[in-house]
Design a protein. Structure first.
Length: 382
């Protein structure tokens, strides 16, 4: 699919979590504004601090109602109607959606309007992770049907890894493969995330929403195994509680704390935690491209992550970290023990992580890739 050079457009960037507009999409907002586009953003529950930050970038902010983790069709349809009204009100030329509900309902909202819909598949999450149970099967089937229709209505569909792209094409969720584009995750700002001195002792850290498909249970189980062999090793977990269908219970979190996992809660700034660790761990079942891994790599940290979609993109096994099987606490523990026993290896992997990020994942390069795929690039961005 050929992209033309864009003239000035009115663009709506539509997400499901207000903080992600700054944490993940700030470089894209800045690049769109630098290209002289009129940039609007929308998300639910936008606090005043977030609003001021976005307006300071030059974006026009819109609060929109969305149940991010709920499964109610009526509330989702209301979200679609509200979004359609917003598109008409601002005269949007292009809507860029990301995460599953904005992707699906954003495409539906734009249908029949003079608004091109661009989908950014930043990961497949609960709806597409294989598993038993009637609820999961129903959610997966419904999500595939809705996503197929959304892709039919879309102008482009942008993926963060080839596994997700192939999944959509092979299952005919995306019937027109020429609509597909591929970018290197959300990128990371190398000026904000800079190398930090490593601690002498092995310190492991995982940052994730407290949902089971992030592999938090496996991380906690592996930590318990490693602690018996390396008593000086420390294990930290950070991230917000989540209302999703596979959220971690307070009781299970308490049991992990009792077994030596220090819980830091939700962090507004992850850099101090990353600076205090020597190995970053993400045992997720599936990702788009995990931003926290990129941030840890930018700060010069060795990585342990799963050989899963999205996660495997970030690690060259044996160069900047170790890949472990999905849902395998024993395999994760073995990788932790290798790095716990060898400070020089931790240092080597950390330096290599920084070099990989510099070569592939700089956030401004990723933003310009999104613009080119979406036909929003100007001459200087091509």
């Amino acid at each position: 699919m050929n992209n033309k050079i864009a003239h000035r457009q009115t663009v709506l960037l539509n997400g499901s979590l207000a903080s992600s507009l700054i944490n993940f999409r700030k470089p894209l907002i800045e690049a769109l504004i630098a290209a002289n586009h009129a940039v609007h953003v929308s998300a639910p529950n936008i606090g005043e601090e977030t609003r001021r930050h976005l307006e300071g970038l030059g974006a026009i902010v819109h609060q929109i109602h969305l149940s991010r983790t709920g499964l109610g069709l009526i509330s989702d349809l209301a979200y679609c109607i509200e979004l359609r009204r917003l598109l008409r009100k601002i005269g949007a030329d292009t809507i860029i959606n990301y995460t599953i509900k904005p992707n699906i309902w954003g495409s539906f909202a734009a249908a029949g309007l003079k608004t091109r819909s661009v989908l950014m598949v930043t990961g497949l999450g609960y709806a597409f992770i294989e598993g038993d149970g009637l609820k999961r099967r129903v959610v997966r089937a419904a999500s595939k049907i809705l996503y197929t229709q959304a892709c039919l209505l879309s102008y482009r569909v942008i993926f963060q890894n080839s596994d997700d792209l192939n999944y959509f094409v092979n299952r005919e969720i995306l019937k027109d493969a020429t609509k597909a584009g591929l970018v290197n995750g959300s990128g990371v700002d190398l000026c904000e995330f800079t190398p930090a001195e490593l601690p002498d002792e092995p310190v492991f850290l995982m940052i994730a929403r407290l949902i089971l498909n992030k592999g938090i249970r496996e991380y906690a189980a592996a930590a318990k195994i490693v602690k018996e062999k390396f008593p000086s090793a420390e294990f930290y977990l950070a991230g917000p509680h989540d209302e999703g269908p596979d959220s971690v219970s307070e009781e299970e979190l308490a049991s992990w704390k009792e077994n030596g996992v220090h819980y830091l809660g939700e962090l507004k700034d992850v850099r101090p935690a990353l600076a205090s660790c020597s190995v970053y761990v993400l045992t997720s079942y599936r990702e788009g491209t995990p931003r926290t891994v990129l941030e840890a790599m930018a700060m010069g940290r060795a990585i342990i992550t799963t050989d899963a979609a999205g996660c495997r993109e970030t690690v060259v096994d044996g160069k900047n970290g170790l890949l472990v099987p999905v849902a395998d606490p024993a395999g994760t523990a073995r990788a932790m023990e290798i790095l716990a026993a060898d400070k020089l290896l931790r240092e080597t992997y950390g330096k290599n992580s920084r070099e990989i990020v510099k070569a592939k994942y700089e956030s401004r390069d990723v933003a310009h890739s999104v613009m080119r795929i979406s036909a929003l690039a100007t001459l200087q961005d091509v």
